[in-house]
Design a protein around this ligand. Structure first.
Ligand code: SAH
Length: 409
């Protein structure tokens, strides 16, 4: 029989509304079990709320999985929930010669699966684990994905930013046909496509999951603003925005990133797309890519050179604790861009810090505009691509905020 955990009076509202996280302060200590496992979670009056998994070693000690009393979250539940998540992305698989072969199939709690993110890159799947409960289920996860998608390879690793707080090791595992193996040589480079543009990547290497498909739709959006423009792509990584700017007829694109490897990959991606006829012949002459810090770059660039500036920095606020210093960094970055951009220019500015709300990011941008002595208009309010859904009961799943602004001096 599974144990029963009581939630303290007044702490159950969010949970009844399907928020999946329960921290230790919300549980009646007398009812927490001695060992990890599935628990029946009830209100202080004993009314059923949900089935959850308790693990005292996790930084979120209790994670709720199923709010139906008749649906017990055993291994079959995991396999079924994973399958359902993949099937919701059916449209990505259906089209033959689809222009996009890189997309997310599991977006963690937003797809009702705690601590698991999975992306498809052509025939390869990348799984990233950020919770103990998911680590313990990894063979079930691998088998479920294997059964539906028959990938050529699954690369599974723990998320290094969660290892300490989840008491997990930094590990990468490789699976073929559902069986674990140790690659004897470096994995081969693969090519993925997004919106008809090709990117080379080595599965399991590079940042995070190797390619950021959450910006897919936003990369398309910027095509409307860049024709004939001089564009700065700050934090360009392997060139997501740069490629679209080149395709849509930007006069010049100056790309910057602090990673030399990213710069190298961007330039070879441009070359590859020109050779494949996906970018115009002259794209190579229109682009420069430089290894540089974006803060220094914005300080040094001349005023009134750029018509469009794109800022897609890494997560500046890792946690709520670092929010204040992150807000200052976002403010400075955008302040400098607003000061340097041409009057009437377009600033595409992003924040992928989940800890910073959309409203707060907007307020930060208003301060940037004030300090830069400009007016700024919001032309478009954008977010993460649809394969990275935001679950209504779990506001934490909204992390990417993008504003397209017109800057007026
Ligand atoms: N826009 C990219 C994704 C950006 S991810 C795309 O469309 O694919 C954030 C990038 O910022 C990473 O490539 C990282 O190397 C880079 N970065 C981190 N700190 C930086 C800094 N201080 N200056 C410039 N780039 C930085």
């Amino acid at each position: 029989m599974s144990s029963e955990i009581r939630i303290l009076a007044g702490k159950e509202k969010n949970l009844l509304r399907h928020h999946p996280w329960v921290f230790s302060g919300a549980m009646d200590d007398a009812t927490t079990p001695d060992s990890p496992g599935i628990c029946r979670v009830v209100t202080s009056e004993g009314r059923f709320i949900a089935w959850g998994v308790y693990d005292a070693d996790s930084h979120i000690q209790l994670r709720l999985l199923s709010w139906e009393e008749s649906v017990f979250p055993d291994e079959t539940w995991w396999a079924d929930t994973i399958k359902a998540s993949v099937l919701r992305r059916k449209v990505f698989f259906e089209e033959k010669e689809s222009p996009t072969t890189a997309f997310r199939i599991i977006h963690g709690e937003a797809d009702m699966i705690p601590g698991v993110v999975a992306d498809v890159y052509g025939k390869v799947i990348r799984v990233i684990i950020s919770a103990r409960v998911a680590w313990n289920m990894r063979q079930v996860i691998v088998d479920a994905l294997e059964g539906i998608l028959h990938p050529s390879l699954i690369v599974l690793n723990t998320d290094s930013s969660f290892c300490a707080i989840e008491k997990l090791h930094e590990v990468t595992e490789y699976y073929k046909g559902g069986k674990r193996f140790s690659p004897t040589e470096q994995l081969e480079e693969i090519r993925i496509r997004e919106c008809g543009i090709y990117y080379a990547m080595v599965p399991g290497s590079g940042q995070k999951s190797g390619f950021y498909c959450d910006q897919r739709e936003n990369r398309n959006r910027i095509e409307n603003y860049v024709k004939g423009a001089v564009v700065l792509d700050g934090c360009c990584y392997t060139g997501g925005f740069t490629m679209h700017a080149l395709r849509a007829g930007a006069k010049e694109v100056h790309a910057f990133d602090s990673s030399a490897d990213a710069i190298h990959r961007l330039l070879s991606n441009v070359r590859m797309n020109v050779e494949m006829g996906k970018l115009p012949e002259d794209a190579r002459e229109r682009v420069t890519a430089t290894k540089a810090d974006i803060f220094e770059t914005l300080r040094e660039i001349p005023r009134n050179l750029y018509d469009v500036i794109i800022l897609d920095p890494p997560k500046l606020a890792q946690t709520v604790k670092s929010l204040d210093s992150a807000k200052r960094a976002y403010k400075d970055l955008n302040h400098m861009a607003m000061e340097k951009i041409r009057s009437g220019g377009i600033l595409v500015t992003c924040s992928c810090s989940g800890a910073l709300s959309r409203e707060d990011f907007r307020t930060v941008l208003a301060w940037s505009a004030k300090d830069a002595r400009v007016e700024a208009q919001v032309l478009e309010t954008l977010g993460q691509a649809q394969d990275h859904p935001i679950r209504l009961s779990f506001p934490e799943s909204e992390y990417l905020k993008v504003f397209i602004l017109r800057v007026i001096r």
